[in-house]
Write a protein that binds this ligand. Structure first.
Ligand code: SF4
Length: 359
């Protein structure tokens, strides 16, 4: 795909992307403002998947900065899923009684242009210190209602194998923590990091499920598939989560190709997320009615186990709901009301709910 040899190192700024032919030199000045605001990283593995001659390339769209990121719409929020109020200590989000997120780092191998934590993720400042990690683990240890810990971030699999093993060992010592989930983009974005040491750290800890974030069939490169094989060979169950993104995977064909590729790789498609309205991400929006129609179009084309649940995080922090009735109810004015897990109703912002296709 890549025109010429892929770069040897991760591309972390606009001059590097321009030198690699992934942004036009005349756009470089405008894009520098985007890179000042939101972190940039395109790994050699991802760069190799991009067709630089295709202005609508679905891989480039996910990772290469775009000037529209500088435009924040009124219904976009820096913390669209409302993590903030649910953070008892740094690095923990505890929204549901039985589950807690543990965010040991806010750095990632790549920075996705639609990330819902884009105001916080980046190479600087997000990794917990030893004392902060201790405090986060102490909170989980002292909260017996927590039965599942979700390691997320950032991307926990950019941490060293030693650090991952340390965290999992500490969690294994907490009798109430029955399972761990790891959310990661590393197997597709930087598969070389799925080393034997990291795999062993994951396999030798408490019962663990790995959720791979993947949005397009082309992201399942030969090296990504080999990384998934290494994980599976040690008995780690693999699930996938996908964000529905305009210009990336918003067609029946693109979704079918992705989910077929996943089940061939023996990865169960678990969630298809509607986009969370983070700042500067409007170009990726797929209106709810269209998302539902796309999801429905997969029935009859794919086996049931290849079809993930279509889910939506209620903006503001009320939690995740399946984006099909009865949890999302249309209103007479063309909007939607989401019913959160406690039964409380929440009107969705118009940009999220827009029942008509917006372009
Ligand atoms: S890898 Fe995940 S946390 Fe990191 S930028 Fe992408 S979506 Fe955000």
């Amino acid at each position: 795909m890549f025109d010429g040899p892929p770069p040897a190192r991760t591309l972390r700024d606009i001059p590097a992307l321009a030198a690699a032919g992934l942004v036009a030199r005349q756009d470089a000045a405008a894009l520098a403002a985007v890179a000042d605001r939101y972190a940039v990283a395109v790994t050699p593995n991802v760069a190799a998947l991009i067709d630089p001659t295709d202005a609508a390339d679905p891989i480039a769209a996910q990772y290469v900065p775009h000037v529209e990121e500088l435009v924040t719409l009124p219904d976009e929020a820096a913390d669209p899923t409302g993590d903030g109020p649910h953070g008892p200590v740094r690095g923990v989000v505890h929204r549901y009684p039985d589950r807690a997120l543990l965010l040991p780092t806010l750095a990632c191998a790549v920075y996705c242009r639609f990330c819902f934590r884009r105001d916080r993720v980046g190479p600087d400042g997000g990794t917990l210190t030893e004392a902060e990690l201790d405090a986060a683990l102490a909170y989980i240890a002292a909260t017996p209602a927590i039965r599942e810990v979700i390691l997320t971030g950032g991307d926990p699999l950019i941490l060293s194998a030693r650090r991952v093993a340390h965290i999992l060992r500490r969690l294994a010592g907490m009798p109430h923590v029955e399972t761990v989930r790891v959310h990661s983009r590393v197997p597709v974005a930087d598969p070389a990091r799925i080393t034997d040491e990291r795999v062993a750290a994951l396999a030798d800890g408490p019962p663990l499920w790995l959720l791979v974030h993947v949005n397009h069939a082309r992201e399942l490169s030969a090296s990504a598939l080999a990384a998934l094989d290494r994980l599976r060979a040690r008995g780690i169950p693999l699930l996938a989560q996908t964000v529905l993104l305009r210009g990336v995977n918003d067609s029946t064909e693109a979704l079918e190709a992705l989910f077929r590729a996943l089940i061939r790789a023996r990865v169960k498609p678990h969630y298809l997320h509607l986009l969370d309205p983070a700042p500067g991400t409007a170009r990726f929006r797929v209106p709810l009615a269209r998302a539902r129609a796309l999801h429905a179009s997969l029935r009859g084309r794919l086996p049931g186990h290849a079809i993930p649940a279509l889910v939506l995080d209620i903006p503001g922090g009320a939690g995740k709901v399946e984006a099909n009735a009865p949890r999302l109810l249309p209103t007479p004015d063309g909007g939607f009301v989401a019913i959160d897990p406690s039964g409380a109703p929440h009107a969705l912002p118009p940009g999220v709910a827009a029942a008509a296709e917006s372009g």
